[in-house]
Design a protein around this ligand. Structure first.
Ligand SMILES: [Zn+2]
Length: 366
């Protein structure tokens, strides 16, 4: 097996490398099997590696693969941390590495999960009717047409560009990626209820954090922003204490709700749900979003993927080419890209560990 730096070729390789580097670093590992299997019949799981004292007052959680395919990068960064930085951990901090939050999407080289659900649109309040996205219905047939031959691609893409010209590109991004609950074979679909990974988090997040009173969460993503750049994105507004803690740790953090971020404001992201699950804890969290290719190429790959899976033949003719397109949109095998990504990761995780490692004094306010 290759323990080299950088991205692996498959979920299974990423997983094995993660488990091995966790064991070499002296971490405790717990695996939570997923009910389905990967493309080659391989087992799927959320693997959790934990390092540091059980009763630590501070915990840092680093998450990969919320968006399946984005886990190629997240897993490589977790491996990088275990191999090179596990010893830098301050004594009073426990580090929890959650590998492949959406293992099915990772293994099948998809951003979504086994239900075609975007996990970060699934954490809405299911007691209420899901949020409406009025614009989506009008362009659903353009985004995910019935076929994906060259002609259809060209016509529908031109129509989408015309929509962007008329309403603005930002409006198109908001309608497309803000989340929708009406088109199960569409893109950025939020589902009809809590999916497997969502239910898993509800059950396990509290245990991962234990008795800690301060928790940091870094959720690793790819596919938005300039090549190799890592933007920290917060799901809360600038006036929120959690946002201010984030900027104290990291400097610049972009608020998604205040419209500053490369991401559109969206419904149902899991970091917001984590705040509720850990309501009695000071949670400082951010998505770390790395840029790969341009937005249009990313969207084209997601459309191709959605059409492929809507066809019901995800292993059929042309499927490998679609998966290669998706992988290229969300993961870059250029060592220069990974160097940039890893050095930004070291900066972000290093700052979080430094802050969490400080012993709070009686007068401190969050
Ligand atoms: Zn993502």
């Amino acid at each position: 097996m290759d323990h080299a730096r950088g991205l692996t070729a498959t979920y299974d390789e990423s997983r094995r490398r993660f488990l091995q580097s966790a064991s070499l670093a002296g971490a405790t590992v717990e695996s939570h099997p997923h009910p389905l299997t990967g493309m080659d019949g391989e087992a799927l799981a959320i693997d959790v590696a934990t390092i540091g004292p059980d009763d630590a007052p501070s915990v840092l959680v680093i998450v990969s693969g919320t968006h399946g395919v984005e886990g190629f990068t997240g897993s490589a960064l977790q491996h990088h941390w275990l191999a090179h930085h596990a010893d830098d951990r301050p004594a009073g901090v426990r580090v929890v590495l959650l590998h492949a939050f959406n293992p099915y999407g990772f293994a099948w080289v998809r951003r979504v999960n086994e239900d075609n659900v975007d996990l970060n649109r699934n954490f809405v309040d299911w007691e209420q009717p899901p949020p409406a996205n009025e614009g989506y219905g009008g362009i659903a047939h353009l985004l995910v047409p019935d076929t994906w031959d060259d002609d259809t691609q060209q016509t529908t893409t031109l129509q989408l560009l015309a929509y962007a010209e008329e309403h603005g590109f930002e409006r198109l991004q908001a309608v497309v990626s803000g989340g929708q609950y009406s088109h199960p074979t569409g893109v950025f679909y939020g589902g009809t209820g809590p999916v497997w990974s969502h239910r898993w988090l509800d059950e396990h997040l509290r245990d991962l954090v234990g008795a800690a009173t301060r928790v940091g969460i870094v959720d690793l993503h790819t596919g938005l922003g300039p090549w190799g750049h890592g933007e920290l994105i917060s799901h809360v507004g600038r006036d929120d204490p959690a946002y201010r803690r984030g900027t104290a740790w990291w400097g610049e953090v972009r608020s998604m709700v205040d419209g500053e971020s490369v991401s559109a404001d969206l419904s149902g992201d899991w970091l917001a749900a984590a705040d509720d699950l850990l309501a009695d804890v000071d949670v400082t969290s951010a998505a770390l979003e790395y840029g790969t290719v341009d937005t249009v190429s990313v969207l084209q790959s997601l459309r191709a993927d959605a059409v492929l899976h809507a066809s019901g033949e995800p292993l059929g003719e042309g499927a490998d080419a679609v998966r290669a397109q998706v992988r290229a949109a969300f993961a870059d095998d250029d060592p220069g890209w990974f160097d940039a990504v890893a050095s930004r990761f070291d900066e972000v995780v290093g700052a979080a560990l430094r802050e969490l490692g400080k012993v709070p004094s009686a007068g401190d306010t969050p």
